[in-house]
Design a protein around this ligand. Structure first.
Ligand code: ARG
Length: 456
């Protein structure tokens, strides 16, 4: 490939150390497609003879149809493709690399890969969001305790809890789409760094590969990988949200919570304790998140000290990036599967929601709505809670007279407050009242339909 200037061949250890083939062979199809567009353009512009271009294009198409073994003594997938093409069609293959460098070629391959991975990621998010909507439609009106500080706080609807994840994932999908817009630029034509002396039609290549525009600055086009950083940053946020969902699934499937039972096919047994059924899939959904963050940090560090423009360090953009994409995409599929196949034990949710003290805020609100300053109402109800705890009683068991002993402002509607009353009272936009949650659910279902259009 570059032997002309050298009298020695590359040290074997150096080749092993520097080759990117084990990693970038994943770009094989994108590399070939990019080359087909490039060869066609070269012929249209009169840079190479049409007959040679034809031979190149048909040879590359054959490679796509019958991929060669993607290993051997090559520096990278680009050299492998060129060598395989030469083996197939002989001399005309030597014209393919006219007006091109591996620097603009690899940047093009990566942008092609990123675009398709971003679409795949959005599709994976849609799948999890659909699963959340399905469960919310089926069991969403079940009442459960809402938590802050992992302490029972106020009753909420299960649908409300599930749709909170829907919203988080919706923003992640938005971040992936935003990243698409900036990845969608063709670098090819930037050459090694300075552009090309041939009369290239870059717009033609962009159209052929589906890019919306061509890069404006050739140095930038070969030097930067911020489009990968954006993708990884979006994946880091997405992985974080999946990890939190996984944590809820782990907690909820304990005997202590008992809110859900994960499907057997997504749990594992213990080699020593015969009774155990462990939520390993959910745990690893949480556990693999660190590797996704690691990929983001690794790439930021790789880039931070590089002088303009291309440096071989950039080759290190791929391994961790590919791994992060795979981890998150596999995680999305498993999250959707766990949600869809789990059994929600709504009677356990209801039992937990009817915590003896869970109506405390609402008693304070009752007083505040009757003219007692909220701080004072809080203090009064604090006293009732203390009395209830001391005597092992429930707040909803207190009679009107008993409540009035703490404040004369109490009225009959403060007696016997049930989780369903408390939930129904929170009828503010975004609140947990059944009407509000059902509006959220309708919005989510409608939005999912719209988003499917983007993926297609
Ligand atoms: N494997 C390299 C990469 O991924 C290919 C790009 C150019 N290589 C080179 N020696 N100029 O960045």
């Amino acid at each position: 490939m570059w032997g002309g200037r050298f009298s020695k061949s590359l040290d074997q250890r150096a080749l092993t150390y520097t080759t990117s083939l084990p990693v970038d062979r994943r770009l094989f199809e994108w590399d070939v497609l990019g080359s087909i567009a490039h060869a066609r353009m070269l012929a249209r512009q009169g840079v190479i003879p049409p007959a040679d271009a034809q031979a190149i294009v048909s040879g590359l198409s054959d490679l796509l149809a019958r991929p060669p073994r993607l290993d051997g003594e090559y520096e990278d997938v680009h050299s492998l493709v060129e060598a395989e093409l030469a083996r197939q069609i002989g001399e005309p293959a030597g014209r393919l690399h006219t007006a091109r460098s591996r620097n603009d070629q690899v940047a093009t391959d990566m942008r092609l890969f990123v675009r398709s991975a971003l679409i795949e990621g959005v599709a994976g998010i849609l799948d999890v969001q659909s699963a959340l909507v399905e469960v919310a439609q089926r069991d969403g009106v079940a009442i459960m305790p809402g938590y802050t500080h992992l302490q029972r706080a106020q009753p909420i609807l299960l649908g409300h809890h599930l749709l909170a994840y829907w919203e988080m994932l919706e923003r992640d999908a938005g971040r992936l789409r935003d990243a698409y817009a900036r990845a969608d630029v063709l670098p090819l034509g930037a050459g090694a760094l300075a552009g090309s002396p041939y009369p290239l039609d870059r717009e033609y290549v962009a159209r052929a590969l589906g890019f919306s525009s061509v890069s404006r600055n050739s140095l930038d086009a070969v030097a930067d990988r911020d489009f990968l950083i954006e993708h990884l940053a979006a994946l880091a946020s997405l992985a974080m949200h999946l990890s939190r969902l996984a944590e809820d699934l782990v907690l909820w499937s304990t005997v202590e919570f008992g809110f859900i039972s994960l499907d057997e096919s997504l749990t594992t047994g213990s080699s020593i304790m015969p009774q155990k059924r462990n939520p390993d899939v959910a745990e690893l959904l949480r556990g693999k998140t660190g590797r996704v963050y690691g990929a983001l940090v690794a790439l930021l560090v790789t880039l931070k000290g590089l002088p303009m423009s291309y440096n071989r360090d950039l080759q290190e953009d791929k391994a961790a990036y590919f791994e992060a994409v795979d981890l998150v995409h596999d995680g999305l599929a498993l999250a959707a599967a766990m949600l869809r196949s789990a059994t929600w034990r709504t009677e356990r949710l209801a039992a937990a929601a009817s915590d003896p003290l869970i109506s405390a805020t609402d008693l304070a609100d009752h007083l505040a709505q009757r003219g007692v300053p909220f701080r004072q109402a809080h203090e009064i109800v604090g006293g009732i809670v203390r009395a209830a705890e001391a005597s092992g009683r429930r707040l909803d068991d207190f009679s009107l007279d008993e409540l009035r002993a703490f404040s004369p402002q109490f009225e009959q509607s403060a007696v016997g407050l049930r989780p369903a009353d408390i939930v129904a009272a929170r009828d503010v936009v975004g609140g947990t009242a059944p009407g509000q949650v059902s509006a959220q659910l309708q919005f989510a279902a409608r939005r999912l339909d719209e988003s499917r259009g983007w993926v297609e």
